[in-house]
Design a protein around this ligand. Structure first.
Ligand code: ZN
Length: 247
């Protein structure tokens, strides 16, 4: 294949733009914020079971405390009624008075036991609530950090997207100036060879695969017409000669 040496040089511009596009796409895929968001998602997930457990305990204990309060209220009401009857002077039979006094004493003990029980439940409820607050506080911190990482990622994606758009436009302009056959050859090699279709021969080295050219290859290149499109036998890529080629 033949192509004007100046046209061949534009192939290097095209390759530089294609390499930029690949770098930008890689950068967009591997933004550190993406890993950070995933790490924070894992931390939030890890807290989930603990939060559910603590929430269940808090509500169980609230129910238990309410039960104590209902029972205490019942006992207290009954004791007040009994004490009222004792104080009224309406009961005069000694045996009845004695029974009633005995019942009041029993109710007092019962109320005191219930109040002790309620206090214990309240202490446990306080500890469970503190545990829940601590877990939900940590979850909130992770969610806030995740939202911040997401906003940074979104901003970076927008910025990279704009750079990709500019580079794509520039690439279209450069590729439009290349002959169809040369462009097709470049595209075919680039697709097959990891995104690199052409390279500058620089200091006696193939710019595509970075291998040093052998002496016989260099003499073949020196003997070739300037408009001959050269390919490196080793890697198959187009080699472009410049003033820096060191031939
Ligand atoms: Zn090569």
């Amino acid at each position: 294949m033949k192509a004007d040496p100046f046209v061949q040089l534009r192939l290097l511009d095209l390759q530089a733009l294609d390499s930029s596009l690949a770098r930008l796409e890689h950068k967009r895929r591997t933004l550190p914020e993406i890993a950070e968001m995933s790490r924070l998602d894992d931390l939030v997930d890890a807290l989930r079971d603990g939060v559910v457990r603590a929430e269940t305990e808090v509500s169980d204990l609230a129910r238990e405390q309410a039960k104590f309060e209902r029972e205490i209220e019942q006992v207290r009401a009954r004791r007040e009624r009994d004490e009222g009857r004792l104080g009224s002077g309406a009961i005069t039979v000694a045996k009845q008075l004695q029974d009633l006094e005995h019942e009041v004493a029993t109710l007092k003990r019962r109320q005191s036991d219930l109040e002790d029980g309620e206090l214990e439940v309240m202490e446990r409820a306080e500890a469970a609530q503190a545990e829940l607050d601590q877990l939900t506080g940590r979850r909130e911190e992770h969610l806030t950090a995740r939202a911040e990482a997401e906003a940074r990622r979104d901003a970076a994606v927008v910025e990279i997207g704009a750079e990709l758009a500019r580079t794509t436009t520039e690439r279209a302009e450069v590729s439009a100036t290349l002959p169809a056959d040369l462009l097709a050859l470049y595209e075919r090699i680039r697709a097959a060879e990891g995104g690199v279709g052409a390279g500058e021969i620089s200091r006696g080295r193939c710019g595509g695969c970075r291998l040093d050219l052998m002496n016989n290859e260099k003499s073949e290149i020196r003997a070739a017409a300037p408009d001959e499109v050269l390919r490196h036998e080793e890697c198959g890529r187009i080699m472009v000669r410049t003033a820096e080629s060191g031939l």
